[in-house]
Design a protein around this ligand. Sequence first.
Ligand SMILES: [Zn+2]
Length: 307
Amino acid sequence: MKKSHTALAAVACLLAVSVPSAQEGIQRGAAQTNQNKWNAKGPWGKTERSGPLEAQRKDPFKLFDNVYYVGLQTVSAYLVTTSAGPVLIDSGYAPTADWLVDSVRKAGFDPATIKYVFVTHAHLDHAGGAARIKQLSGARVALSAEDWDVVEKQQANPQQQQNFPKLPRDLVLKDGEAVTVGDTTFTFYLTPGHTPGAMSVEFQAKDRGRSYRVIEPGGLGLQYAPEFGPAFKKSIERLKQLGPWDVAIGNHPFLAPKDLAEIEAELPRRGQGPHPAVLGRARIDRFFDDVLGIVNEKLVVEPPPSR
Ligand SMILES: [Zn+2]
């Protein structure tokens, strides 16, 4: 197991930036270089996006009354406002951390007031920016123990140190743990597979006086090593069982039942209509079922090694 954890960490995220070139923009679906074949089959197969760091900058937008998208073109970060100050879910790459900081400012908040950075998993595109946020704000940075191990291994690897700036182990999240920040509670579920300690986050999103139950899965990328198949399957089944969910948002904009780009485009023209991210149980359950279908197929084609 240990060996494969290291391998998994080295492979990094499904959208880890491959050889950046200044001319290249964001690529979609099959146009991406080396799209993983299982992700290609995923519900996000056609809208999956990747690209070099230079093409990643993105303007923030208000997703809910208490949730702002402050992430990149292909990697999500959300700012959730609370009565005790804002918290971040994920922090982008180390080299893009100041873009995230700018987005927080553009959204109308002072980055120095960020209270927590909840990191969904230990890959460089989610955890890399956390050190910079902590430096600016003193925010507490939280991961699972399993993924802190991965982060620390990367920090100790000279070739990874620019992707994982020094960040001492801070808050360690346990399965089922709730962290209350002012008027908002975040509940964490250990959902391993994409990484050994991927953490899914539950919280409430507010819209026009109503409150919605949100899940952000900790890692849905399907390029995991075969030995992680059973754990990944259990995690997806659990995420579905923990429902019903009103909203499911991705730690990449497309890793969700509805692409965030679509939601962003629909928001300004919703009028008195329903919130475009509130999809409800049937659609979100169907999404998890679709993912499970591919996970099961992968388990047959790439079975976990027998001991
Ligand atoms: Zn990842």
